[in-house]
Design a protein around this ligand. Structure first.
Ligand code: BEZ
Length: 228
């Protein structure tokens, strides 16, 4: 629905399951942790990075569609945890417009029940989902290949790995059982890749240091040879 035709008297709730968890939209007056069901969160959307090597961000996939795919992460929790934001009534059209510009590219809009973690009544929330018709939809990939892609992608919004690690941390902060196995597995792989990369860098630095050290002279003959 175009932002201009939004009924400004209706409550508008937005479900954030990616960067919206730690980067809230403007003009919200309520923020509630909780979950939706019937979807699966996956790092299957191209975003950020350079056009040649776009990074990956999360998208929600309808669970019924996901079940038809062969995913290397072949199990998933029933609940997708995130944060619902209520937008101040007079600002709804403005925020919808902002979100359309910021986020809509490559996503489709759904409305779905949101379950607040404190057990308060269910809320109807807007959620952006990924479908294979969207150009930026990538689909299943081997986790190690995906982790390597995330580890090396850097774009206008910063390193892609920061997005992944921030998401892991933000999810852990929502509730004791809000962690996401897909996100955790990728974050662990990226941390391991970082360790490997910094180990390789240390070895390279030490190698250069050794190569640049003055050559030790082992024998009188060698010393005489050098002094010539
Ligand atoms: C989010 O929750 O951060 C989000 C994900 C996809 C599109 C829009 C927002």
């Amino acid at each position: 629905m175009p932002a201009a035709s939004v009924d400004s008297d209706a409550e508008f709730w937005l479900f954030g399951y990616g960067s919206l968890i730690w980067k809230p939209p403007p003009h919200y007056d309520k923020r509630i942790p909780g979950f939706v069901t019937g979807y699966v969160r996956r790092f299957w959307q191209d975003h950020r990075g350079t056009p040649e090597a776009p990074g990956r961000v999360v998208t929600l996939i309808e669970r019924s569609f996901w079940e038809t795919l062969t995913d290397h992460h072949d199990s998933t929790a029933d609940k997708v945890w995130g944060t619902a934001y209520r937008i101040e009534a007079p600002r709804v059209a403005e925020v919808r417009e902002y979100l359309d510009i910021r986020e809509i590219n490559g996503y489709t809009i759904h409305y779905t029940p949101f379950y607040p973690s404190d057990g308060s009544p269910t809320i109807k929330a807007l959620v952006y989902i990924g479908t294979p018709e969207n150009d930026q939809f990538v689909g299943p990939q081997p986790p190690q290949q995906l982790a390597e892609h995330i580890q090396k992608s850097i774009g206008p919004s910063g390193p892609n790995k920061d997005y992944l690690l921030s998401l892991e941390e933000a999810l852990d902060g929502l509730s004791p059982d809000s962690g996401d196995d897909h996100v955790k597995d990728l974050a662990t792989r990226v941390r391991n890749l970082e360790k490997e990369a910094s180990g390789a860098e240390d070895r390279a630095v030490n190698g250069i240091a050794v190569a640049n050290e003055p050559k030790k002279v082992g024998s009188r003959d060698e010393q005489e040879e050098m002094e010539k």
